[in-house]
Design a protein around this ligand. Structure first.
Ligand SMILES: NC(=O)c1ccc[n+]([C@@H]2O[C@H](COP(=O)([O-])OP(=O)(O)OC[C@H]3O[C@@H](n4cnc5c(N)ncnc54)[C@H](O)[C@@H]3O)[C@@H](O)[C@H]2O)c1
Length: 265
């Protein structure tokens, strides 16, 4: 689903992408790489991030892959220190890394499992991203960069089974607004996307046959106005717009990219 007329809005711009080993992060790396960005790709799945970097380079782009575990303050500091040393000016930071599973399950019902997974999900989905942004502020300020957070339509839903994940995504919408206020005087924009259901490994890893599950997801109707789920490239396209100068008057906002899901409920 790549546009035939892709422009090159990121030529010579240094963009950091977390969660680049898989799903929306991998699609974002491919999109930004095709538009000329120099990419620093981060993930706890280093072989996966290496594979994405290799695919970007094979397509003519520039990318390196590095370890990042957002559940570890030490890992975040190490990654940020390495990035700042190599790249004192960065123009973009896209936070695609995210976690929905606790102990192998996407469902962690409030009544049955209580707060199991609270600390881990908040560490990965909220705290880790906030720490990474904070540590990269000098480089983002020097580069007049843009931060893009990846929340979810889940931020606005009421689900007993995924209540902690949903809360992390609501928190990220708030953090996006607050960081935008803090960083506007530094010349740094902070914006977010809230995707609807998207066909990625996040939903496929529970299945014995992930490719059969992917095919089923492609024919699923989805609870939105368009009646289908998103491909990760469609979320990446919105992220690329927000990270580009075309969104120069946007900050603090989180835009829905959900097939009209928010409007259909
Ligand atoms: N797929 C969807 O339906 C959907 C919908 C709305 C929002 N989102 C959000 O989009 C983002 C990307 O999701 P996806 O569907 O591509 O998922 P995915 O599982 O395919 O990719 C997530 C990536 O994050 C990485 N990651 C997980 N924990 C990490 C950690 N501790 N440190 C560093 N990296 C870590 C994983 O290794 C993986 O590469 C997530 O924030 C997710 O919550 C997804």
């Amino acid at each position: 689903m790549t546009s035939p007329d892709i422009v090159r809005r990121f030529t010579d711009r240094l963009v950091v992408v977390t969660g680049a080993a898989s799903g929306i992060g991998r699609a974002t790396a491919a999109r930004l790489g095709s538009e000329g960005a120099r990419l620093v790709l981060l993930d706890r799945d280093v072989p996966g991030a290496e594979a994405t970097a290799s695919a970007v380079r094979d397509a003519g782009g520039q990318a390196t892959a590095h370890m990042l575990d957002l559940s570890s303050e030490t890992s975040i500091t190490e990654a940020a220190t390495e990035i700042k040393a190599a790249h004192p000016r960065i123009q973009g930071l896209v936070g695609c890394a995210g976690l929905v599973h606790v102990d192998g399950s996407q469902e962690n019902p409030f009544l049955e499992r209580g707060l199991a997974g609270w600390d881990l999900l908040f560490a990965v989905n909220v705290r880790g991203m906030a720490q990474l942004v904070h540590e990269l502020v000098p480089a983002l300020t020097s580069g007049r960069g843009t931060v893009v957070t990846v929340s979810s339509e889940a931020a606005y839903r009421s689900r007993a089974g995924r209540w902690i994940y949903d809360a992390t995504k609501a928190a990220l919408v708030s953090v996006t607004r607050s960081m935008a206020a803090a960083l506007a005087p530094e010349g740094v924009r902070v914006v977010g996307v809230a995707p609807g259901g998207t066909i990625t490994e996040m939903h496929l890893q529970d299945h014995d046959d992930p490719e059969a599950a992917r095919a089923r997801m492609r024919t699923a109707t989805g609870s939105n106005l368009l009646g289908r789920l998103a491909e990760p490239e469609e979320i990446a396209a919105a992220i690329a717009f927000l990270a580009s100068d075309e969104a120069s008057f946007m900050t603090g906002t989180t835009i829905a990219v959900d097939g009209g899901g928010a409007g259909s409920r």
